[in-house]
Design a protein around this ligand. Structure first.
Ligand code: SF4
Ligand code: F3S
Length: 104
């Protein structure tokens, strides 16, 4: 599976949603997550994210993101259409420590 990491927080560009063939993105207040049991591992979303927030779970250090994606994709609503990112999305792109600062 692929997973969304904290780089998505406060950015939410939603380009990923537009390209996913199986609509497996779920939307929280500050970020999106992927449902790992629905993701077919096609990889098309990874290069589409302007924040480089999406990684394959084969990458080192992604265990905690896999856990977070699994947990919240079961709780948050499905998002199937792209929408405008927050007005200050670009200011939060690449910012450090977003999980501690903004995740609710
Ligand atoms: Fe969707 Fe493919 Fe990305 Fe998985 S890897 S979330 S199936 S676009
Ligand atoms: Fe987030 Fe990137 Fe999608 S910022 S909403 S994972 S395009």
């Amino acid at each position: 599976t692929y997973v969304v990491t904290d780089a998505c927080i406060k950015c939410k560009y939603t380009d990923c949603v537009e390209v996913c063939p199986v609509d497996c993105f779920y939307e929280g207040e500050v970020m999106l997550v992927i449902n790992p049991s629905e993701c077919i591992d096609c990889g098309v979303c990874e290069p589409e994210c302007p924040a480089e927030a999406i990684l394959p779970d084969t990458e080192e250090g992604t265990e905690k993101w896999l856990e977070l994606n699994t947990k919240y994709s079961a709780e948050w609503p499905n998002i199937t259409e792209a929408k405008d990112p927050p007005a200050d999305a670009d200011e939060h792109k690449g910012e450090d420590g977003k999980m501690d600062k903004y995740f609710t």
